[in-house]
Design a protein around this ligand. Sequence first.
Ligand SMILES: Nc1ncnc2c1ncn2[C@@H]1O[C@H](COP(=O)(O)OP(=O)(O)OP(=O)(O)O)[C@@H](O)[C@H]1O
Ligand SMILES: [Mg+2]
Length: 256
Amino acid sequence: MKKVLSCNDVGISFGGLKAVSNFNLDIYEGELVGLIGPNGAGKTTVFNMITGVYKPTEGEILLNENKIDNLSSNKIVEKGIARTFQNIRLFGYLSVLDNVKIACNKDMEYSILQGMFRTKKYWKEEQETTIRAMEILKIFGLDRYQYFSANSLSYGQQRKLEIARAIATNPSLLLLDEPAAGMNPTETEDLMETIKFIKEKFNISILLIEHDMKLVLGICERLMVLNYGQILAKGDPIEVINDKKVIEAYLGTGGE
Ligand SMILES: Nc1ncnc2c1ncn2[C@@H]1O[C@H](COP(=O)(O)OP(=O)(O)OP(=O)(O)O)[C@@H](O)[C@H]1O
Ligand SMILES: [Mg+2]
């Protein structure tokens, strides 16, 4: 199986605080891996390092065997990593369709001049992008809201739109940071089906941060637990969540 992501002894310090250390993780093509751990464990920091928001102070990160930890966030998106954020980030006043079209943008080739003069190439690409964006919206059941502004959607729908935008960049690896946060049980159930579906349809690898254990156990093929920036346990989901060290780590911080 093809290795998509490798984190080799990755670490980062903020001032004196070691937020993450000795982080090792390989993700293979089409795999869905869960990254869990108590609040402040360093999960989002791992995403920030993989996506070039923070530069690791130790170790290296490879995407499809190529080093990416020296690249900018934009370049990393181009190379095939997409993410969603713990706090939803959308263009709230733009339409649902435009939110996805902007994300498709990385494949657009018309120049500024061609855009200004509305040349044939512009219209062709514009039309193709609209078709593609609508196809993606359909997968998420959001096509009927294409002309609504993003911030008029329900919370669950906004979360889905964020994932739709990530998919539009054509990633080989998708990082989801607490996609079920704030969702009701029905929305979470629906999200679980959607994640399964996109994983199969696009054959992408997914790294999922989530506190909702039903979602985690429902879809993750293996789990990795972070605690105080260190890997506490990893492997089979059921074995991991029954691990004494893991239970103590959660209880020790008040549980979830
Ligand atoms: N830019 C930064 N500067 C200083 N400290 C930071 C920075 N980013 C993260 N940290 C610290 O790193 C640690 C890990 O934070 P992180 O956000 O990765 O945790 P998390 O596991 O995602 O938690 P949560 O479940 O609450 O989202 C925390 O102690 C946090 O305060
Ligand atoms: Mg976080």
